[in-house]
Design a protein around this ligand. Structure first.
Ligand SMILES: [Zn+2]
Length: 249
């Protein structure tokens, strides 16, 4: 069943490419229908191989390091010409899940929700678009079991403790949603910085009886390093939501 869905989606993308040729989400160059980035942009990615503990999350993984080299690609997600970004990001997350042995036993993929107000302004939730692409790739259904019940201030410029406070009770189980208990979930977001957003969302799933909670993002800030890189994004600019990110290039 899941294989058929994946094949059907690939066929759809193949045909779509005749009319809307696939472009690299980084530089807009034309690329093959089943490619994610052009070789130059792919070369700007640094594979994330860190280890991060996030409260209420059993395991976390990410595809690449969130740094100044990749930030322009991520920022394109919020633009009207975001094109192939969601597909490319979902492919990255799938590879990260495979690398970490986290593809099995996922009952449901859950995108980090956006508030109704923000959704109205943007017209789409990028985490949901990525989660839906990933759903075709790994064969697990995608569901909005969480909702964001209040707007939160941008995380930027808040310390770690204040970030957690800012998000406290921001998420809730979707009304009428009774299928969390005993199931395994994979939370999805475009970027993870301190992990506060995943922790708050995962706490709601845990309160509602989730059996296992995984989380994955396309990009993650590096773990503390002994020597800072010039490509590092300053901690005061850390932001999980692409909307509030600072363009560095
Ligand atoms: Zn490119």
């Amino acid at each position: 069943m899941s294989i058929d869905r994946a094949k059907l989606h690939s066929a759809y993308r193949y045909i779509l490419d005749w009319f809307f040729p696939n472009r690299c989400p980084g530089c807009r160059k034309f690329i093959a229908w089943n490619e994610d980035f052009c070789p130059e942009c792919a070369g700007r990615l640094t594979v994330w191989d860190g280890k991060t503990e996030i409260p209420f999350v059993d395991r976390f993984t990410a595809y690449c390091v969130y740094d100044k080299k990749i930030s322009p690609v991520i920022l394109r997600l919020k633009r009207t010409d975001r094109g192939n970004s969601c597909y490319a990001f979902a492919r990255g997350i799938k590879m990260a899940l495979e690398r970490s042995g986290m593809t099995e036993g996922i009952d449901c993929i859950v995108p980090i929700p956006m508030s109704k107000k923000k959704l109205k302004e943007r017209g789409y939730n990028q985490a949901e678009l990525i989660a839906r692409e990933l759903s075709y790739m790994i064969g697990a259904p995608c569901s909005d079991v969480l909702v964001k019940v209040r707007d939160t201030a941008a995380q930027k410029s808040l310390g770690r403790e204040d970030r957690a406070k800012n998000l406290k009770n921001a998420f809730s189980a979707a009304p009428g949603c009774n299928d969390v208990k005993g199931r395994s979930f994979l939370l999805i977001d475009d970027v993870c910085t301190t992990g506060s957003t995943f922790a708050e969302a995962a706490s709601v799933l845990a309160e509602n009886g989730a059996a296992r909670i995984y989380a994955a993002s396309f990009a993650k800030t590096p773990n503390k390093r002994s020597k800072a890189s010039p490509n590092d994004i300053p901690e005061e600019e850390y932001e999980d939501n692409v909307e509030d990110m600072t363009p560095f290039i």
